[in-house]
Design a protein around this ligand. Structure first.
Ligand code: HEM
Length: 369
């Protein structure tokens, strides 16, 4: 059922050859398989789907949360469920605690429920990384994307460190060249950047993620002139100027796509073209001559974008995955690395956790940037 070392190694070579001389830190690993659990836990995918469907039935906003958790997991040390860890054996403060994650992660409970459901059916068989990949697909399907297959066989990592985010995770104030560079580091293309940004067709952003565009934008303009003025006026109503001591957790959240907020469709691209993209990073897709034509294309062709989105999610799901029994583990609980049976490794002292919400004045965001 699991891959042999030889297969894994040769997959790496094939991928490396395909990537040519391009310098990448991340690799799309070709070691996953559709139907990986067919013999060992045949009902796993269906069980995850049932949990996700039922949770979304109770709270539609969870669909967006699950897709974002998957993206944030895969982008940092690959799709290894490192984002789900509450603590690490090394004592490193986990990714989850980074201000790019923290309370803005939404849907973690759904993964816990899915894991305990699957665990009660087939203990220690299905990885948290695969459950997250299935759940992200099921969320996308629930939000309107046609069904697509998810290859599985990922194993769970034990490394998770919030210090891995700076310099690797795109930020809301990034422009296309920097984001393309970060995507390339993960083996993803500039087209993948434009395609996957379309996930901002559902869910939303807290005011502090874009308030730099609404107040004190530049020396000449209080509001970012790229924003549609009526839209900017509405946003200023919802998002008052930030004050020292504001609790970020109380900040209002605004839908990315005010037209079809709960439907994963191409309306995001038309909204961005109309100056109604919330984040600087969204708006930059139409400012940049390299990405603007792709935005135009997707704005006019929902079916094409949906098909590209499914393919890009499959590609994202193969970034730096751990495969084969020698790598990673199958966690019992998604929030904790399995304890070793013998007490061989003394745990290092825990690093002090930051308080979420360190504002960087004028950055429009806070935390690690
Ligand atoms: C490439 C640059 C990207 C940047 C700078 C970015 C940034 C952000 C920010 C700042 C938020 C708001 C979080 C909050 O305030 O709660 C957000 C939300 C979201 N992002 Fe991205 N994102 C990017 C790409 C992606 C990709 C590639 C995906 C998925 C494949 C994605 C999926 C989402 C979703 C679904 C939400 C809504 C989450 C919710 O409402 O719970 N984003 N993103």
């Amino acid at each position: 059922m699991t891959m042999s070392w030889l297969t894994v190694a040769s997959s790496f070579l094939v991928v490396a050859a395909l990537l040519g001389a391009a310098a990448v830190d991340g690799v799309i690993v070709d070691g996953l398989k559709v139907g990986f659990y067919n013999k060992t836990c045949p009902a796993a995918e269906e069980a995850v789907r049932d949990v996700v469907t039922s949770e979304i039935g109770m709270d539609r906003t969870i669909a967006a949360g699950l897709i974002r958790i998957f993206f944030h997991d895969c982008f940092i040390t690959g799709c290894d469920a490192s984002i789900l860890l509450d603590e690490t054996p090394s004592g490193d403060v986990p990714e989850k605690e980074s201000s790019a994650n923290g309370f803005t992660l939404h849907g973690l409970r759904t993964i816990d429920v899915a894991k305990s459901t699957v665990e009660s059916m087939c203990p220690r068989i299905v990885s948290c990384a695969d459950i997250l990949a299935f759940a992200a697909r099921d969320a996308a399907v629930a939000a309107g994307i046609p069904f697509y297959d998810v290859s599985a066989g990922r194993r769970d990592g034990s490394h998770s460190n919030m210090d891995d985010l700076p310099g690797n995770m795109p930020t809301p104030s990034h422009h296309v060249p920097r984001m393309s560079e970060l995507f390339a580091k993960r083996g993803l293309s500039q087209e993948d950047l434009v395609v996957l940004s379309g996930a901002h067709s559902i869910g939303g952003a807290h005011c502090f993620m874009f308030s730099n565009r609404l107040y004190g934008f530049s020396q000449n303009a209080d509001v970012d002139p790229a924003l549609d003025p009526a839209f900017a006026a509405q946003l200023r109503q919802v998002c008052p100027p930030r004050r020292e001591g504001d609790d970020p957790q109380q900040a209002p959240k605004v839908s990315f796509d005010g037209r079809t907020a709960e439907k994963l469709d191409n309306a995001y691209y038309s909204e961005v073209l109309a100056g109604r993209g919330l984040l600087t990073s969204d708006d930059s897709l139409i400012k940049d001559p390299e990405t603007k034509p792709t935005v135009d294309l997707f704005a006019g062709d929902d079916a094409l974008w949906q098909q590209k989105f499914a393919a890009a999610m499959q590609k994202l799901g193969a970034v730096d995955v751990l495969v084969g029994e020698k790598q990673g583990q199958i966690r019992r609980q998604c929030r904790l690395v399995n304890k070793q049976s013998r007490q061989s490794t003394p745990s290092r002292p825990r690093r002090k956790r930051p308080r979420f919400g360190r504002f960087v004045p004028g950055s429009g965001f806070h935390g690690f940037f």
